[in-house]
Design a protein around this ligand. Structure first.
Ligand SMILES: Nc1ncnc2c1ncn2[C@@H]1O[C@H](COP(=O)(O)OP(=O)(O)OP(=O)(O)O)[C@@H](O)[C@H]1O
Ligand SMILES: Nc1ccn([C@@H]2O[C@H](COP(=O)(O)O)[C@@H](O)[C@H]2O)c(=O)n1
Length: 686
């Protein structure tokens, strides 16, 4: 997951490949709660690991459920042993539910029926999301719920219910604000329907019926067969008792699929596809984990995408999408049946041939943010003309490529805003798009951007590179790593490649001079080298991170790096690091030879004395004894060799910015490089 302040998406060209989507949030949190309320142990496969499921899991643990393993581990099922329909008397807890509506509302209902003493808390936005209709419904039954701040909104205090006041009358709940209120009642009331049936009556038109469909399907899997009378009355039968189904699989998130369906519709061809008949390969995006058998309502996003021009094929749990009509066709659609996925249509509208109207979306206003307002503001930033109303949005795309704007998208702590606006990076003006606070995707799809980049292609020249060159111990490696971290970019420590080559050659007993130039170059071409996520360096199965960092390894690197054939052998490997979303490369010739067109080149230096002192401190801190005078002599020798060799000598690129870091702290240097970088972006300062 990208945890940077912002993520800059370079202009993207096309997309092709296959993605496996994470589990559905709606199904994951429902299954977790149902498993928790059941008798027995439920083994849940493919559970989503996200902010919202994490708060649910934490709450269930607080309520005494046994959960193994304690956190969701990739590829591993999670086992939840339920409380069997009742909590120990006087259970008390304060539950923090973040901004997870799928945790706050159903848990409130279940705990209000079970009884105990609870405080239901969350993030500030949760305290702006209505819950009054659910509380009113539960109070009809005799549940005790108080508002701790504003009436109608969390935080809430839950006490011991008094069901004696309930006359068996149907429980009434509004259906036109959020379907989560009805879902919450449907999941909580079986706990009370042990002796007699309970009827729920919906007041007003029920919105988002597909989400109720998911709830009913899952209730059936846990032994509760609710009678659905035309979506207006729901009867929970007498004798209801939650029973674990044993194993249950969570299907992939159909709302998350919408971004990749849109990607297929927008980006699997290019506008330059003049001679499609001769195209040898039909590009497509294959989506794994969800398909035509999905129980999720948002799977009907496919119909809307087809109406706009997407070509979609499907199987039970897969979809394959490619571009059909181009530009996309503008549509006018009642989106009540796909409230979440419909946001994606808002961004697809940027690529349409006219004005797209998305109607009946009032529920957008009470989601993670006011989504109608958010979409309108951000789409306008990109150059679209937008009209918004209480329950609709109308989007007219920029008239021509030059009307598009490079925008910094505010994401309102709303995962869906972040994900759908990433699709604006395919704009015909080839402008980058900045996504602020990209980690908000953690709510449902923590690795969304990684998945996106894995299937997107763009011209190499569009993938930005920041070069940091300079003499030894000037701080290049340290600064490059920090800058890459701040921007979410890849990191190339090119010196490590020469160090590895030097190590491998000296281990092979070769003299590191031109008598072995070709042999060492061949070794460099075939190095089984790998950098892992912890920045460790592997040569085959051996972790050589420490071995290549000695002063001797640095000197050996300097020797092999003076051999032109070795330098040539390592070029392709270095170029291969230039991948989405961008690269920070440190070395001696990054700006002069390897990435001559890089948009920012920094030549970082410091006085020799200062560098010798820094290296001395660095070695001492690692427990390696060192002597400043010797270090100074060694680094001056290394500088001389690096600067005076015939091929790719160390020197500032003509268009580089020089930075003397002798009197600067690491933080100062990082800030300076980032500030230079910002100055080159079209978004202005973040
Ligand atoms: N501006 C700075 N102020 C103080 N110390 C610094 C500064 N920049 C880097 N250092 C420290 O100097 C030491 C050397 O830095 P680093 O290893 O990043 O240099 P380098 O240029 O990559 O060296 P080499 O080319 O030998 O790999 C590290 O201990 C680092 O923490
Ligand atoms: N682009 C580069 C990077 C490094 N070298 C040579 O490797 C030596 C070790 O590099 P470090 O950055 O890890 O210290 C260095 O002294 C250079 O001789 C290079 O030539 N080109």
């Amino acid at each position: 997951m990208f945890t940077t302040e912002f993520l800059d998406l370079p202009p993207l060209d096309s997309a092709q490949g296959s993605v496996t989507l994470p589990g559905s949030k709606s199904i994951s949190n429902r299954v977790l709660l149902l498993a928790a309320l059941s008798h027995g142990t439920t083994t849940i496969h493919d559970l989503l690991d996200s902010d919202d499921t994490q708060v649910m899991l934490a709450a269930l643990k607080q309520l005494g459920c046994h959960i193994t393993p304690e956190t969701v581990l990739p590829g591993q099922p999670i086992a939840v042993t339920g409380i069997g329909g009742q909590l120990p008397a006087d259970t008390a807890a304060t539950l923090f539910l973040g901004n997870a509506g799928t945790a706050m509302r159903p848990l409130t209902a279940a705990l209000a029926v079970l009884g105990g003493h609870f405080e239901m808390t969350g993030v500030p936005r949760m305290y702006e999301r209505p819950i009054g209709d659910l509380v009113d419904a539960l109070r009809q039954l005799g549940c005790r719920i108080d508002y701790l701040r504003d009436p109608g909104f969390p935080p809430l205090k839950i006490g011991q219910p008094d069901f004696s006041r309930w006359s068996d009358a149907p429980i009434q709940v509004r259906g036109d604000v959020s379907s989560q209120f009805l879902t919450s009642l449907l999941m909580a009331l079986p706990l009370q329907a042990t002796d007699k049936a309970i009827t729920i009556e919906v007041v007003g038109e029920l919105i988002s019926k597909p989400y109720i469909h998911i709830t009913l399907e899952l209730l059936a899997r846990f032994g509760i067969a609710v009678e659905n009378d035309s979506w207006q009355r729901f009867v929970i039968p007498a004798g209801s008792r939650y029973r674990s189904p044993g194993d249950i699989h969570v299907e992939a998130d159909a709302s998350s699929a919408s971004y990749f369906i849109a990607l297929g519709a927008i980006a699997t061809g290019t506008t330059d596809d003049a001679d499609a008949d001769n195209a040898t390969e039909r590009k497509s995006i294959r989506i794994l984990g969800v398909g035509q058998d999905s129980i999720q309502g948002d799977i009907r996003f496919i119909e809307a995408a087809r109406a706009m021009g997407a070509q979609v094929e499907s199987g039970p749990n897969w979809l394959e999408v490619s571009r059909g009509n181009w530009p996309l066709k503008a549509i006018d659609l009642d989106c009540n049946h796909i409230p979440d996925a419909a946001m994606t249509l808002g961004v697809m509208a940027l690529y349409a041939d006219g004005t797209t109207s998305l109607r009946n979306i009032a529920s957008w206003r009470v989601k993670e943010t006011d989504r109608i307002a958010a979409m309108a503001i951000e789409l306008r930033k990109l150059g679209a003309t937008v009209e918004e109303g209480a329950d609709y949005i109308r989007i007219t795309p920029p008239a021509k490529a030059s009307d598009w704007r490079a925008a910094s998208i505010h994401t309102y702590d709303d995962h869906r805003v972040a994900m759908c606006f990433s699709l604006a990076a395919f704009n015909p003006a080839k402008l980058p798009v900045r996504i602020q606070d990209p980690k908000c995707v953690g709510k449902t799809f923590p690795d969304y951007f990684e998945a996106l980049f894995s299937v997107c292609q763009t011209e190499t020249q569009h993938i930005p590179v920041i070069c940091i060159d300079g003499p030894t111990a000037s701080g290049k490696g340290t600064i490059a790593a920090e800058v890459a971290k701040a921007l979410g970019y890849q990191l190339l420590d090119s010196g490590a490649l020469y160090r590895i080559t030097g190590l491998a050659a000296s281990r092979a007993g070769l003299a590191l001079d031109d008598s072995n130039e070709e042999t060492i170059a061949e070794m460099a071409l075939d190095l089984p080298v790998r950098f892992d996520a912890q920045q460790r360096v592997w040569l085959g199965e051996e972790d050589i991170s420490a071995a290549i960092r000695s002063e001797e390894a640095g000197m050996n690197a300097s020797r092999v790096s003076a051999l032109p054939a070795v330098r040539t052998a390592l070029v392709d490997l270095q170029l291969s690091f230039q991948t989405l979303p961008g690269l920070v490369a440190d070395g001696r010739d990054m700006g002069t030879v390897i990435f001559p067109h890089a948009p920012l080149k920094v030549y970082l230096w410091a006085s020799a004395q200062c560098r010798a002192e820094r290296r001395h401190k660095q070695l001492i801190s690692k427990g390696i004894s060192a002597n400043i005078a010797t270090l100074l002599a060694d680094l001056e020798a290394r500088d001389a060799r690096d600067m005076n060799r015939a091929t790719a000598p160390l020197k500032p690129a003509e268009d580089s910015l020089q930075l003397d870091s002798s009197e600067m702290t690491i933080e100062d240097v990082v800030a300076q490089v980032l500030s230079w970088w910002q100055e080159r972006q079209p978004f202005g300062r973040a």
